[in-house]
Structures are given as structure tokens and as C-alpha cells.
Design a binder for this molecule. Structure first.
Ligand SMILES: Cc1cc2nc3c(=O)[nH]c(=O)nc-3n(C[C@H](O)[C@H](O)[C@H](O)COP(=O)(O)O)c2cc1C
Length: 192
């Protein structure tokens, strides 16, 4: 059977990168994965690791070059290159842009191009303003057609009361439901 063609897009939630890159490598065993990175995530070294090392791991696991510019992401729409786009991790910045129709990065372009084909987008939110400045954007996206969320939880309600993180172990289940047009439930998950 043909494998699902998944665009897996990483945004600049660098503290999530270790887990996200491990999840990315796991997804490569399941799907035909095209790596996508926001310009910032493709270029930023942080205390959580070097951009070049992360890039190399994504290319080595997927066997493909990284889509890391708006120009490289644009053909996803007209050529119908993907069955699903998974944004993992999805920053508050990218959430806000997606909710408000702003397309100025490889990731937002990949999502916009893919949505033109009315195919599913799966978001794995990781941001400490998810229940603050970005709460309304999550609300908007929850109501939007073809957008689905990986179940999320409060990762530190005491020290970061507005923060949400996503259950990356549930990405494949979220994708399976999204491919049938369903939001996986429960959306509010326990931390794992
Ligand atoms: C060390 C570090 C960690 C960060 N972690 C997060 C995070 O977990 N979630 C988030 O939304 N933004 C985080 N940011 C901020 C984003 O990287 C920033 O908003 C960036 O513009 C996101 O761009 P992108 O959405 O195009 O990837 C972090 C920044 C740095 C330097």
C-alpha cells in the first residue's frame, strides 16, 4: 500500500526539538515524510542544540532536502504534493499567523498551499502563551475546516499557567482521525 505523504514542519520551539526530532524520526517509519522548517528554526542555534545538527537529522531520517523557504513550499499546493501537513512543534508565532491568514514563512506557506487542496493540517502546539495571547487564535483554528490538533495539556500550570504542550506520542492517531475528517478526542490530554 502507498504510504501517506506527510509534510512534517518544525517551528522554533527549541525546547521541544529533542522530542520533536525523535517523533519526526518515528514518523519517517510510518509515512513518506517531507521535512519542512520555518526559516528561524532552520537557522537558530540555541542552548537546546545546533540548527545544523537538527537539519542533518531531519534529512537523514527522511532522505529529503528540507523545505525551508516560501518559494520551496509553494509547489505543495499546485502540485498536490502532500496528503497531510503536520506542524510539530507549532509555535505561538506560527499559530497566530495561521489563524489570521499571514503567510510569510516556509511553514505558513506549506499550510496555506496544502489547504488550498482541502486536505488536513495537524497542529502540535507548544507555546507558553497558548492560554494567554494565543488562546483566541487556538479558538479560531479549532473552528476552522481541515485543521486538527494533537491533544494538548498544561505542561507546568504553576510556573507557566498559560503554557500548553502537545502529546507527541498521539501524532499518528491524530493523523489517522484527521484523514477521516475527525478531531481525535479527548482533545485535552493528561501530561505524559
Ligand atoms: C530558546 C528559545 C526557545 C523558544 N521556545 C519557544 C516555544 O516553546 N514556543 C514558542 O511558541 N516560541 C518559542 N520561542 C520563540 C520562537 O522561536 C519565535 O517566536 C520565532 O519567531 C518563531 O518563529 P517560527 O514560528 O517561524 O518558527 C523560543 C525562542 C528561543 C530563542
Amino acid at each position: 500500500m502507498e504510504r501517506l505523504r506527510a509534510g512534517v514542519a518544525l517551528c522554533g520551539s527549541y525546547c521541544t526539538f529533542r522530542n520533536a526530532v525523535a517523533a519526526f524520526e518515528r514518523l519517517c517509519g510510518e509515512y513518506d515524510v517531507t521535512p519542512i522548517m520555518s526559516e528561524r528554526s532552520a537557522a537558530t542555534d540555541s542552548r537546546f542544540g545546533r540548527a545544523e545538527d537538527f537539519r542533518n537529522r531531519l534529512m537523514s531520517a527522511s532522505g529529503r532536502e528540507i523545505v525551508d523557504t516560501v518559494v520551496k513550499a509553494e509547489p505543495i499546493g499546485p502540485k498536490g504534493l502532500l496528503d497531510v501537513v503536520i506542524v510539530m512543534p507549532c509555535t505561538g508565532n506560527t499559530l497566530a499567523k495561521l489563524a489570521n491568514g499571514i503567510t510569510d514563512s516556509a511553514v505558513t506557506m506549506a499550510v496555506k498551499a496544502h489547504l488550498r487542496n482541502e486536505r488536513p493540517v495537524v497542529l502540535a502546539v507548544a507555546t507558553n502563551d497558548a492560554l494567554g495571547a494565543n488562546a483566541e487564535n487556538i479558538g479560531k483554528l479549532l473552528a476552522r475546516k481541515h485543521i486538527f490538533f494533537v491533544p494538548f495539556y498544561q505542561d507546568d500550570p504553576v510556573k507557566k499557567p498559560c503554557s500548553l504542550a502537545s502529546r507527541l506520542d498521539l501524532v499518528e492517531d491524530t493523523v489517522a482521525a484527521a484523514m477521516e475528517g475527525r478531531q481525535i478526542q479527548p482533545l485535552l490530554a493528561e501530561a505524559k
